[in-house]
Design a protein around this ligand. Structure first.
Ligand code: NOJ
Length: 507
């Protein structure tokens, strides 16, 4: 990285070939480019053909006021009916792969495997087969936040039995689709599931059980992941030959200053934000992160709890979970600077943020997006990829999401700039030996952005949510991404002549 920057500056000093050094770097042979989406965010058809209610149907229908524009995913981009157009867009972009998720309640309406909904299975078979027809590798997330409501009513991820429910569901999916799907992601963004859904009210099911529910969820979810991994590894991988991993949201968390206190604070923050899910699976020692577990145990005791609010793993559980992933899926968007003493907010007691007790800072010169949480920090994808590489001794990494939000509109230069910078970071990390194999841009198209409804757009394609056809139109970023995918390199001088997009030979 440093070398590349120095070369970049040298080139700049040399004049017109200024960008040559960077432009000449290619992604390695076999590198996989794709885009990502999720079932509730794009499918619609919320109650069609036997699908049952999930927690997002439930919350959007029963508490519409909690969604920024009181919208829902009843129809959203209507991919349930428009899936052929989705695949056509993948071909227009020249993608190698596409990441999407299965709707548990579309396949198993009761939540359990007593009844398999054939219409739901047909939909996913059609979607997958359409991709395969055009050489696009499907990558499936089993769980992208839409738990069947009936399972939520039984406690959802706070109920330890969720590990069995999830394993049963995963086995059905491997059995049905594993002949064609070679990349399986058990969970998408566990912290967002557990912290935002169980520990706060930022996502369904809005349990707001801060510092208790989120930790119960964390333990159960990690074990559910391991169960689904072992099921694949033992009973499907030998014949199907694919991989199974997990996707964790990794924000780049750097110390505000180079003081030891700030470094320790940044590390505590990392352990809580994503270490809670990554350490049990990818670390040498296994189990929840050490300093953070000790902190929660001490705080719990001082607060009068009879045991730590963060349930420990047994030695047997630790061993079962450790190493249970063939790849580490990273969703990366943004960064924060962490301070031991400054910028501390008032956090509820107990809560995860009170447990870590650090301050967060965002410099004023980091570009801002349409989302309050999303800033563009220099080198953040590079920092995250190299950090994970070192911390976990070089696991296979996939970037399973990376993206930028804007309002409506097709001229999305900020998104173009964000993707180019992030992909330069990926190249820098590859230069240093990081085992990054795949990169999925979030998102193929605009979709239902959870609590923000349709007010924030992440798509390479804009979706007209007012048209019955849910017309999809490429943005400038779609043309730029297509150019990167086709040439396997980033041409910073490329300006699409128009926003017309066509399918190139071979797709
Ligand atoms: C990560 C989530 O996986 C996805 O569902 C969401 O839309 C993006 N972040 C953007 O917020």
């Amino acid at each position: 990285m440093r070398l590349a920057v120095i070369l970049g500056f040298t080139a700049l000093a040399l004049g017109s070939n200024a960008l040559y050094t960077k432009q000449s770097r290619k992604f390695p042979e076999g590198f996989v480019f794709g885009t990502a989406t999720a079932s509730y965010q794009i499918e619609g058809a919320w109650n069609e053909d036997g699908k049952s209610e999930n927690i997002w149907d439930h919350i959007t229908h029963n508490k519409p006021h909690v969604i920024a524009d009181q919208s829902n995913g009843d129809i959203t981009a209507d991919s349930y009916h428009k899936y052929k157009r989705d695949v056509e867009m993948m071909r227009e972009l020249g993608l190698d792969a596409y990441r999407f998720s299965l709707s548990w309640s579309r396949i198993l309406p009761s939540g359990f495997t007593n009844e398999i909904n054939q219409a739901g299975v047909d939909f996913y078979n059609n979607y997958i087969n359409e991709m395969i027809k055009y050489n696009i590798q499907p990558m499936i997330s089993l769980y992208h936040w839409d738990l069947p409501q009936k399972l939520q009513e039984l406690g959802g991820f706070a109920n330890p039995l969720v590990v069995e429910w999830f394993e049963d569901y995963a086995r059905v999916a491997y059995e049905l689709f594993g002949d064609r799907v070679k990349d399986w992601i058990t969970f998408n963004e566990p912290k967002e599931v557990c912290y935002h859904g169980y520990g706060a009210t930022n996502l369904a099911p809005q349990l707001n059980s801060a510092g208790v529910g989120d930790y119960l969820c964390a333990k159960n979810l990690v074990i559910a992941h391991a169960k689904a991994y072992h099921a694949y590894n033992n009973d499907f991988k030998p014949s199907q030959g694919g991989r199974c991993g997990i996707t964790i949201a990794v924000t780049s968390l750097e110390p505000l200053t180079d003081s030891d206190e700030d470094e320790a604070a940044a590390e505590m923050h990392r352990q809580a934000e994503w270490g809670l899910y990554a350490e049990p699976i990818f670390s040498e020692q296994g189990g929840f992160p050490k300093e953070f577990s000790e902190r929660v145990a001490a705080k719990s005791k001082a607060q009068g709890y009879p045991r730590s609010r963060l349930p420990e793993f047994t030695e047997e559980e630790k061993a079962y979970v450790k190493g249970s992933a063939d790849f580490f899926g990273i969703n990366h968007y943004t960064s924060r600077l962490i301070s031991a003493n400054e910028y501390k907010g008032e956090h509820p007691v107990p809560s995860m943020y009170d447990d870590i007790d650090t301050g967060e800072f965002v410099p004023a010169d980091w570009p801002t997006s349409a989302s309050t949480w999303l800033f563009q920090a220099p080198n953040s994808l590079y920092n995250v990829l190299t950090h994970m590489h070192k911390r976990y001794s070089g696991p296979v990494l996939y970037v399973t999401e990376n993206g930028w939000s804007t309002g409506e509109g097709l001229q999305d230069d900020e998104r173009v700039q964000y993707y180019r910078a992030a992909l330069e970071g990926a190249l820098d990390a590859l230069d240093e030996g990081v085992r990054l194999e795949k990169y999925m841009a979030w998102s193929l198209m605009d979709n239902f952005e959870w609590m923000r409804g349709y007010t924030e757009r992440f798509g390479l394609y804009e979706v007209d949510f007012t048209s019955p056809e849910r017309t999809r139109t490429p943005r400038k970023s779609a043309l730029v991404y297509k150019h990167i995918v086709a040439n396997r390199m980033i041409d910073h001088n490329y300006e699409p002549a128009s926003l017309d997009i066509t399918i190139d030979e071979g797709y």
